[in-house]
Design a protein around this ligand. Structure first.
Ligand code: SF4
Ligand code: MG
Length: 335
């Protein structure tokens, strides 16, 4: 396997201005020193509650917001340090599909205009070839050629998301970030769009970074999963490892909250204290310590690093001081 994308030590701090002089008085540490990679042809999902830094990570990778520091290596080049001209060229290889296609589609443009505009960027598809390509794209995403001159509001939510996908595909990308791309859709429509994304991945050898708060969706689409909490990656591994054998208390708590069909396989419920703290002054040491039922004094002062677990399923890392003790039952939750 080849790594298509590598994120190293990515930080995204947003300044908070204050006082009469409007000076920077603090920062929102939205993403704080995270590293991961995505293999060519796979889907890596980033999962976590809202505000954990998932979308910020996606936007930073594409340089929609320029990150504070770090590297995003795509095909050997650091997207964060190349110049604007080079970045524009690279942009066609990396696309993003948002939750609400309305937010990124001009409602006054027809599908034809939307696709024509996408193909016009960098002149990826020369003018005379565009109509053929449009027909092909519509077919690829399961829409008909008779829909070319319709406006976005004439489509259902699922169809609009298909237009969003067609637009992303128009430039022949290699890598697509799906940011909550099916979250706004009804469950039955979600499955259809997810299956379409999977099929496109196989047919076009696409690589996905799939951002979602929905564990059911993540389970359906991923090869590997990264769990984020308050700007940090706390666990990352093969989907089977994360879902069947989670190591980090936060991952365990997320999974224990979703009901499973077989009650005998229901994971023991892990109850968390309080809410997610603010990313402005995040807790010291392990950021999860204010809510973790296994926390001890060392958790307040020492930040745990991601380290390999004893899991059977390949590379599976978690950032917790007490992985082994929790697993063996030596360390018990407070309650
Ligand atoms: Fe909980 Fe401590 Fe592990 Fe953090 S390091 S997850 S606070 S036990
Ligand atoms: Mg988001």
């Amino acid at each position: 396997t080849t790594k298509l994308l590598e994120v190293n030590n990515l930080k995204q701090y947003f300044p908070i201005k204050g006082g009469i002089l409007g000076r920077t008085i603090n920062h929102v540490k939205a993403v704080d020193n995270i590293s991961f990679y995505v293999n060519e042809g796979e889907t890596l999902s980033i999962v976590g509650e809202s505000g954990c830094g998932k979308s910020t990570t996606g936007r930073a990778i594409l340089r929609l917001d320029k990150p504070t520091s770090g590297e995003v290596i795509f095909q050997g080049e650091d997207l964060l340090s190349i110049n604007q001209r080079k970045l524009r060229k690279k942009r066609k290889d990396l696309q993003i599909i948002f939750q609400d296609p309305y937010a990124s589609i001009n409602p006054r443009q027809t599908v034809r205009q939307i696709l024509d505009e996408a193909m016009g960027i960098q002149n990826v598809v020369p003018k005379p070839k565009r109509l053929d390509r449009m027909m092909e794209l519509l077919q690829t995403v399961g829409l008909g050629s008779h829909q070319l001159d319709r406006f976005p509001h004439e489509f259902s939510g699922g169809q609009r998301q298909r237009i969003g996908i067609a637009r992303a595909l128009a430039v022949n990308p290699k890598f697509i970030i799906c940011d909550e791309s099916v979250s706004a859709l009804d469950v039955s429509i979600q499955a259809q769009v997810l299956n379409l994304l999977k099929q496109l991945q196989r047919d076009l050898n696409l690589t996905y970074l799939f951002i979602s708060h929905d564990l059911g969706v993540v389970r359906h689409i991923s090869n590997r999963v990264a769990v984020m909490y308050l700007g940090k990656v706390v666990e990352i591994g093969e989907k089977e490892a994360i879902f069947d054998n989670p190591k980090h208390p936060y991952t365990k708590s997320l999974l224990s909250a979703i009901p499973v069909p077989n009650p005998r396989k229901q994971k023991e419920r892990i109850v968390l204290k309080g809410d997610v703290p603010s990313p402005i002054d995040p807790p010291s040491g392990c950021r999860f310590h204010t809510r973790c039922p296994f926390a001890s004094d060392i958790c307040k002062t020492e930040t745990p690093k991601l380290r390999q677990t004893n899991s059977m399923e390949g590379t599976h890392t978690a950032a917790c001081h007490f992985i082994e003790e929790i697993e063996s039952g030596q360390r018990q939750p407070f309650y």
